[in-house]
Design a protein around this ligand. Structure first.
Ligand code: VGL
Ligand code: ZN
Length: 198
């Protein structure tokens, strides 16, 4: 079995003009579409929050977007409201070839807990089900692309490596947020975990 292409959160809110825009987030779409042909499986993830999600700064009076707070499960960056279920911001970038997806995996849909990784929510124990899906299909090699490099892409690839998948991040087809050095930290964590940066 060949590899799976895992496309992380290529949604309007993470692209220029969106609520949590990642610089040049839209510039990776055509390159990602072109890679879909080479993959044995294509998985798209979709950040999918209720309007009162606990990761939104708007739910924490007195705290501003990008502040760090403490949740039951550990530290959590507070974000501007983004990727609210059913909104235009939560929809995939209009040029992304979503017809090619074998699986669309939604995450972050529980009010009280964020989910950066495609495999586990931010408590790092609640599974999303993606591991079982990939194993059932006999897929062990995973290529990660999408947004944002230093949050959802990195957390997904780190979990993949931890779970024993052969994980690679195609950095040219990712873009990052880079909050307080998060980009450098993500890249060094990925290297340390044995994730291939291509
Ligand atoms: C993401 C922050 C909040 C991401 C999702 O896709 O990297 N970042 N929600
Ligand atoms: Zn989110």
């Amino acid at each position: 079995m060949s590899h799976a292409l895992i496309v992380i959160d290529l949604q309007n809110d993470f692209c220029p003009g969106g609520a949590l825009a990642v610089a040049e987030g839209d510039q990776i779409v055509s390159g990602i579409n072109a890679l879909m042909d080479t993959a044995g499986a294509v998985v798209l993830t979709q950040d999918w929050h209720p309007a009162d999600h606990a990761s939104f700064a708007s739910q924490h009076p007195g705290l501003a977007p990008y502040a760090l707070t403490q949740m039951d499960y550990g530290p959590q960056v507070l974000w501007p409201d983004h990727c609210v279920q059913g909104t235009h911001g939560a929809a995939f970038h209009p040029d992304l070839d979503t017809d090619r997806a074998d699986l669309i995996l939604r995450k972050g849909f529980r009010r009280g807990i964020d989910s950066y990784s495609a495999f586990f929510e931010n408590d790092q124990t609640t599974p999303t089900g993606l591991e079982g899906y990939l194993r059932n299909r006999g897929i062990i090699r995973l290529d990660f692309v999408g947004l944002a490099t230093d949050f959802c892409v990195a957390w997904s690839a780190l979990d993949a490596a931890k779970l024993g998948f052969e994980a690679r991040v195609l950095t040219d087809l990712c873009r990052g947020i880079d909050l307080d050095g998060s980009m450098a930290k993500a890249l060094s964590d990925l290297r340390a975990a044995g994730v291939d940066l291509a």
